[in-house]
Design a protein around this ligand. Structure first.
Ligand SMILES: NC(=O)c1ccc[n+]([C@@H]2O[C@H](COP(=O)([O-])OP(=O)(O)OC[C@H]3O[C@@H](n4cnc5c(N)ncnc54)[C@H](OP(=O)(O)O)[C@@H]3O)[C@@H](O)[C@H]2O)c1
Length: 173
């Protein structure tokens, strides 16, 4: 499995779930986040500034799944890394027509995913969490009044894991 944007809020959890399910996981992130990726169990880390498709193809594994959390040209080019019958799953719908066209040319699939509160999946995650994995890495905590700053920091791309908003208990303080 190749995870584009593996050190982010979604990616760092996806890596851990995939490892718990026995997958061989390749993750992309800025080079200064590669130690973090290895700490999550990522088998190989690729610098997001590199030619990701080439580097992934040079690793001697057949990729069944690309999980895309960044979009853009990396998403399009990552289709070339998939083996026969492989699938790209993207959390970003933008400009997806080009991706599906290229996937059809290559004989692979491309699809979007939208978060759903689906009982069977949530139960599976809860079971994993009960065994200590996946662990959410907290990028930083922000009071609710600073929610805009939390978003801006996340969009700036430097954070590891998930930002957390803290909410004061309801009632008189
Ligand atoms: N469809 C859904 O239901 C759903 C659910 C949740 C999230 N999302 C979307 O999925 C995406 C990821 O969410 P997230 O919470 O994981 O975001 P995030 O915490 O901001 O992580 C995204 C990661 O992508 C990398 N990145 C940022 N810009 C990049 C670029 N231009 N090229 C390559 N890599 C880049 C950054 O890591 P590096 O700096 O190390 O490269 C960052 O850690 C977001 O767009 C979010 O809106 C969709």
């Amino acid at each position: 499995m190749l995870v584009l944007g593996a050190a982010g809020g979604v990616g760092h959890l996806a890596v851990q779930v995939a490892k718990a399910r026995g997958a061989y996981v390749i993750g992309t992130a800025s080079a200064d986040k590669h130690d973090f990726l290895r700490g999550l169990g990522t088998d190989e880390a690729i610098d997001r500034a590199a030619d990701i498709a080439k580097e992934a193809r040079d690793i001697d594994v057949v990729l069944d799944v690309v999980l895309d959390l960044v979009g853009g040209t990396d998403r399009l080019r990552s289709l070339d890394t998939l083996g026969p019958g492989g699938v790209l799953v993207s959390s970003l719908p933008v400009d997806f027509d080009e991706v599906t066209r290229r996937a059809a040319e290559l004989g692979v699939r491309a699809t979007n995913i939208v978060v759903e509160h689906e009982r069977a999946a949530m139960t599976g995650i809860a079971t994993l969490a009960g065994s200590g994995r996946p662990r959410a890495h907290i990028a930083g905590t922000y009071p609710l009044a600073e929610v805009a700053k939390a978003h801006m920091d996340a969009e700036a791309g430097g954070a590891l894991g998930k930002p957390v908003l803290t909410v004061r208990p309801w009632g008189p303080s």
